[in-house]
Design a protein around this ligand. Structure first.
Ligand code: HEC
Length: 153
């Protein structure tokens, strides 16, 4: 009798293990935004640009392997953050949200490609696309929740 109970308990335990998926959303959506998405998007946006001051034009761009690696690293984080946003527990639905998260993943992957190719113009242009993916999702899912957020950017 004792043994039967033990076997039954074991069977339930095995079934429970099988039922639980191997991946799980642990960090909150805000944490993914603040600790992964925002700082790494900033690295991308600050990596290429032009600063105009009186009598001077300064071109900003990655100048050596170390600089380029920083862009690659941030692009990798953004790419995979797209996947993380799709996980159960973070995804707000199974339709439009997934498309928005996929857009982030694709923007990240194309930036990674541009950084690997050391293509300054492509990093600049795709950095703009990256911004559009942030805004696209926010207009649909963030501002709706908090209408006081200014929609100017
Ligand atoms: C797939 C959707 C999605 C994408 C893509 C996305 N975000 Fe967000 N983001 C959200 C949502 C939803 C919130 C609001 C979170 C909440 O308050 O529940 C948010 C919040 C934020 C916040 C405010 C955090 C706070 O504390 O209120 C910032 C800043 C932000 N995102 C930056 C970005 C940037 C930068 C990108 C692009 C590089 C980006 N997000 C891409 C969905 C997204």
């Amino acid at each position: 009798m004792q043994k039967q109970i033990y076997v039954a308990a074991l069977a339930i335990w095995i079934a429970a293990c099988k039922a639980s998926p191997p991946i799980k959303a642990v960090s909150t959506l805000e944490e993914v935004m603040h600790h992964m998405v925002i700082p790494n998007a900033q690295v991308i946006w600050k990596s290429v640009g032009t600063i105009y001051t009186v009598g001077k034009v300064e071109e900003i761009q990655p100048r050596n392997d170390e600089d380029w690696l920083a862009v690659e690293q941030s692009a990798t984080v953004l790419t995979e953050a797209g996947n993380l946003l799709m996980m159960e527990g973070r995804a707000k639905d199974t339709g439009r949200w997934m498309e928005r998260a996929r857009a982030l993943r694709e923007a990240g992957a194309s930036l990674h490609q541009a950084a690997k190719a050391r293509d300054v113009a492509a990093v600049f242009e795709r950095g703009g696309n990256l911004f559009d993916t942030c805004q696209g999702c926010h207009f649909e899912y963030r501002y709706e929740k908090d209408p006081n957020i200014i929609r100017s950017h």
